[in-house]
Design a protein around this ligand. Structure first.
Ligand code: HEC
Length: 145
């Protein structure tokens, strides 16, 4: 009996994962939440001196951003313009500009990863990377209402 329930539970879990994989809106929101968790978390706290500078934490945030920059351009098919999303129509109207911004942040994160050393260099690199977030959110993401 117990085993039967376990199998049913696993099947259900599998079904919901498959569903998320076919749902580009859920995927892009999860991808961005993952970036935000490290960027607004560890990285922000290190900037403010709330936790000590740790290069590994910065690199982890950069790696996540690099992965997101590669995945995100593919998560805006024409069928995903409406739903539970803050994506603005401008994304589809200016898709090449939108995609270029992903390449830019990915390239800058890759360069930062190669050049960051001590806390001073981290504090110099972070604000420039951070500009990319707002520069894309303001034309392409609806504000929290
Ligand atoms: C090239 C464009 C672009 C860049 C660069 C970008 N974002 Fe986003 N971000 C978006 C879009 C578009 C959405 C809305 C996705 C949706 O709702 O479908 C979003 C959503 C988010 C969300 C919200 C997820 C939720 O809960 O709804 C967070 C958090 C986030 N971004 C953090 C960041 C951070 C931090 C950076 C910079 C390190 C960044 N983003 C850089 C385009 C971008």
């Amino acid at each position: 009996m117990v085993r039967k329930f376990l199998v049913a539970g696993l099947l259900l879990a599998g079904v919901s994962v498959a569903f998320a994989q076919n749902d580009p809106i859920a995927q892009r929101v999860e991808t961005m939440k993952g970036v935000g968790a490290l960027w607004y978390g560890d990285v922000n706290k290190m900037m403010k001196g709330e936790i000590p500078y740790d290069k590994a934490k910065f690199v982890a945030a950069l790696d996540r951003m690099i992965a997101a920059s590669k995945a995100m351009p593919g998560l805006f098919p024409d069928t995903s313009k409406t739903g539970t999303t803050k994506a603005l129509p401008a994304i589809w109207e200016k898709k090449s500009d939108f995609d270029a911004r992903w390449k830019k942040i990915g390239d800058e994160a890759t360069a930062a990863k190669a050049s960051v050393t001590d806390e001073a260099s981290f504090k110099k690199l972070q604000p420039d990377l951070n500009k990319n977030c707002n520069e894309c959110h303001s034309p392409y993401r609806a504000r929290n209402s």
